[in-house]
Design a binder for this molecule. Structure first.
Ligand code: CA
Length: 238
């Protein structure tokens, strides 16, 4: 889950970024409207947290531009302006929720979670063969056995499980799970996949994490019960 925080006040932006990261989300921060619009148009966010008073433009303008594409991410407006007028205007223009400053972080987090659930009609429990991921309790089990994962490992597995059968590139995985663009550091994905495999696949005959040549990885139940080695001749022809 990737969240964009649009806030010019550094103290608040840092506070939100740290808090949301602590809650397990990947977070980018934009200090003004122009940067925010660039980010929104170039990256797939699951949620945008938007301050209304920005140095270069009204936050509502950012909202309008985010909404100019057919399926923009949900937007939570954050502002010191508590007037009913602004609240109504924001919601009319397509904001999904509105929080007035000052606010408690727990309240923000509750609303963020609610919005992400709404934007994500996907089931809260994901299953592939005998592997189960409980996205709410953040628990993983295979064949009834609980498996402990580090937060990033969990993030990668959840992303792959939600996209079962779809090959995901290293870049896609990095962009979805890490905060920054890890240019040239997509190798880190291989390292994490190795960790995941050792926890999820190594002890089991059926391997669920598949390497997709030339692309990256995916989670899928293999066609053959025992993973047959690929035929070298067929491989060369590709
Ligand atoms: Ca501001």
């Amino acid at each position: 889950m990737r969240i964009l925080v649009v806030e010019d006040e550094k103290r608040i932006a840092d506070f939100l970024t740290r808090g949301l990261q602590g809650a397990g989300y990947a977070v980018d921060a934009a200090p003004d409207g122009t940067t925010a619009i660039d980010f929104i148009h170039s990256t797939d966010y699951d949620l945008v947290i938007l301050d209304l008073m920005l140095p270069d433009m009204d936050g509502l303008k950012v909202l309008e531009r985010a909404r100019s594409r057919k399926a923009g991410p949900p937007v939570l407006i954050l502002s010191a302006r508590g007037q009913v007028d602004d609240r109504v205007k924001g919601l009319e223009q397509g904001a999904d929720d509105y929080l007035v400053k000052p606010f408690a972080f727990v309240e923000l987090l509750a609303r963020v979670r609610a919005l992400l659930r709404r934007g994500q009609p996907a089931p809260e429990k994901l299953q592939v063969a005998d592997l189960t991921v409980d996205c709410v309790r953040r628990k993983v089990s295979r064949a009834g056995e609980t498996i402990d994962l580090a937060p990033k490992e969990f993030g990668i597995l959840e992303y792959m499980m939600r996209n079962k059968g779809r090959p995901l590139s290293r870049t896609m995985i990095v962009e979805h799970v890490w905060d920054m663009d890890y240019d040239g550091l997509t190798n880190i994905v291989d390292v994490y996949i190795r960790h995941l495999r050792s926890k999820i696949d190594d002890r089991f005959q059926q391997k669920l994490i598949q390497t997709v040549r030339g692309i990256g990885y995916m989670v899928e139940v293999p066609d053959t019960p025992a993973a047959a080695p690929p035929e070298p001749a067929a491989e060369r022809q590709v």
